[in-house]
Structures are given as structure tokens and as C-alpha cells.
Design a protein around this ligand. Sequence first.
Ligand code: SF4
Ligand code: SF4
Length: 235
Amino acid sequence: MGKYLDALKKDVRFVEGMKSCMNCGVCTAICPAASFYNYDPRLIVNTVQTHDEEKIEQLLKDDIIWYCGQCMSCKTRCPRGNAPGLIICALRKLSQDTGLFAESEKGRQQLAVKRTVGDNILKIGYCVFPDTVIPEKHPEQGPVWEWIYEHRADIMSKFGANYKGRFGALRKIDDKDLAELKSIFDVSGGSDLYNKVEKYSSRKAKEMHMHLDETNDCEYVTHVMDYNSNTHSKE
Ligand code: SF4
Ligand code: SF4
């Protein structure tokens, strides 16, 4: 057994998701991501099933493992009881642990996820909060969002939220609760994972001769967030 397969076999998602594949392609037929991306979950399962370490390493470095939307439709249909979506979860974790995520365009976006949703959780206690969806960084929100963002306190209260209040939806999370959250991340491996994403991204930024610092508008973070090679979708 090689190092990648050994690591995968310690991940409960892999143990649960990988029985044996007969290459029928039902998972790909049902997969919504496969109808959009150049993506074939059947191929991923089959590659892992070969136990070929070089091929598994190639997967860990590839964009392909980041296309899955984690909907688990594949699990419901696989005649062999596999769950390609869970296998992909395990591959992603291994890619993060080994730093190989930084070798692909979609993998490098892990830093963007960590710097936004990930850091938000520890700083304010929410993955996403109205203040964090800055209009110029989120054009997908459309032109109305700029107005909502500017008037967010009034608008959120119209939806029944207690924006930055003491109780209820969108309340300000207490410092002691944030400290508890950080402790949970420390003991459960979340903080370690964040550190790995930062460490390997920093190494990649140097390799790419791009500036990376703790801000989200530095050269590397901006590149990771904005760059699109347009090679991912079927069109
Ligand atoms: S549906 Fe199951 S058996 Fe068929 S290719 Fe996908 S993982 Fe393999
Ligand atoms: S979990 Fe991933 S691979 Fe499975 S159907 Fe959903 S998008 Fe496709």
C-alpha cells in the first residue's frame, strides 16, 4: 500500500464511500456537475480503485476534484453502494494536507475560501454576514445588492433580524463564544487545516512570483479569486 492510499483508508468518508466500482457510469449520468464541467466522477472512482499512487497523486493536483458540488446524488444511484462525492471529500482533504491543492487553479481557490468564509467563522461567528459581502467583490449579487449593502441595518431589521444586537438572528456573537469556537477548531484539526492552506499557498505564491500577505487584496489572493482559465466547463 502507498502513502496516499494509506491516508485515504484512515478517512471515514473514503471507507464509507468506496466499496467496489463496476464502471457503469450511473454516477456520471446523474451528476449535475458533470453536465456543466469537464468532469466524470466515474473516472475518479476508477482511478482510486487502481491503487496506483502516481495516478492518485495526479488527482490530488488536478482541478477535477474541486468540481464536485457535494450534492450526493451519486450515492443515491450507485448500484454498488459507492459514494463518489464522499471519496472526493477524502481526496480534497488529502490534497489540502499534502499541499497539492496549490498545483491546480481550482485547488488554489482554497485560500480564497479560507480567507473569506473560513476566517469569518472565527472572527465574527458567521460564514457569511451582510458586512462581509462587499459589493465590488461580489458582482454576482447584482446591482440591487449595493443599495441593500448600504442600508443593511434597516433592511435586515425588516426581515426580523436583530442586526448586531444582543439576541436573535444576525446578533453580534459574544467574544467568549468566539473563543470557544476557536478552541473547537484547535482540538478538532480545523486550525491546523487553515494553517496548512496558508503555508502551502505562501509557498505557491513564491513559486509564481506573486506577492502574498495577510490582506485579501494582495496580488496572490486577488489572482486566486479572479483568475479563470475558462478551461473548466464543457462550452
Ligand atoms: S455508479 Fe457506482 S459502480 Fe457505477 S461507475 Fe459510479 S461509482 Fe462505479
Ligand atoms: S456529490 Fe459530486 S460527484 Fe456526486 S453527484 Fe453530486 S456533484 Fe456529482
